[in-house]
Design a binder for this molecule. Sequence first.
Ligand code: URA
Length: 434
Amino acid sequence: MSFLDLVLKKRNGGKLESEEIDFLVENYVAGEIPDYQMSAFLMAVYFNSFDREETAQLTRAMANSGDQLALSGIEGFKVDKHSSGGVGDSVSLVLVPLVAAVGLKIGKLSGRGLGHTGGTIDKLESIPGFRVSLSTEEFLAGMKKDGMAIMEHTSDLVPADQKLYELRDVTGTVESLPLIISSIMSKKIACGPDGVVLDIKSGAGAIMKEFDRAKELAQGCVDIGKEVGLNVTALITDMNQPLGRAVGNSLEVREAIKVLKDETSGDLREVTVNLVAELLLQSGKVDSKKEGVELTEDKLASGLALEKFESLIENQGGNSKITEDSNLLTASENRLEIQLEEEGYVSKLDALKIGRAANILGAGRQEKGEEIDYAVGIELEKKIGDELTASNTVARVHYNDDSNLEEAKTLIRDAYTVSPTPPSTPELIKERVR
Ligand code: URA
């Protein structure tokens, strides 16, 4: 079989056979197919797409490209969660201990931020001492002991995704539905859970800007789940404005702790509680979504979710005292209030611009492997629907290095649209896909 023939076949709109898809994944991972040829293939897929069978086969081939996690030795209902990526998305920090608190088991493999979106691994690394690289034994031990563990994706698991994602990122082929579906679902399959919940973001700060595309992605993942025997529920959630009020690694950890202490309501809490309730429904522990929400909220109110978070930090070498004393978390040297002159109500808050501003302040990477500054970021005093008065502070910038400060300030100001009358707030959970 020649790889060039496969490139030509896809370029000309043909359908690939299962063996052909297996061939390209195996040989790319083995280093037998050069990046320049794979780039051409990815672009052919971008334009001519894959049908459901091809996508399912690509997903299986990618899932089989490395080790699989052996979760069979772990009792109970094992779950996993994946987000398609957004700004201020610290859901996993809250969800993992909350899942353990409601009596389910979760072993979460997460990634680092790239571009304007953050990554759970960077957020966790802002906790002093927290280890994100675990051996498989340590990971499974955390799940057995406290029902949870989080670690960084390793190249042993789904190496095909790691290689392909990096190449897609630099060849303009990220936004291809079959490529996103296979990337997400191969990682879920390799982790072998009993149930999966997907948080598919839709809006300015999401990979899928339009609702219809987000829905196609959600439906595609659910369908592939069906095809491979994995129980998947997807929620399509709003990413027109950032989730929560903090954007930046240690700022988001502070906000997650507030949610875990049940000290704050708002969109971050609501999305997380709904995702956990879906997992409870899948597990059969509850008979209705309403019951799932109540059980989950109960674990926030009782303090068990917070205790679980402290155990997670301790299990992975971090300082769990951060929940009592947030001064133990790194903080920036400088703060700057951003004010708008208009009066009225915030009617739009562009998540992409806020994500970019946080990124250039140093909270994220412009390029893979770059050092980031865990302390910097943006606190959003005002979000959609909030009222402004003259010279009202809308956001607070936390910074150390002022070289990109002016550009960040402009991005933040431009992110806000103010209208004279109260706007309708965007629907947070737009649709549930099963
Ligand atoms: N998240 C993933 O894991 N993969 C993609 O391709 C896009 C978002």
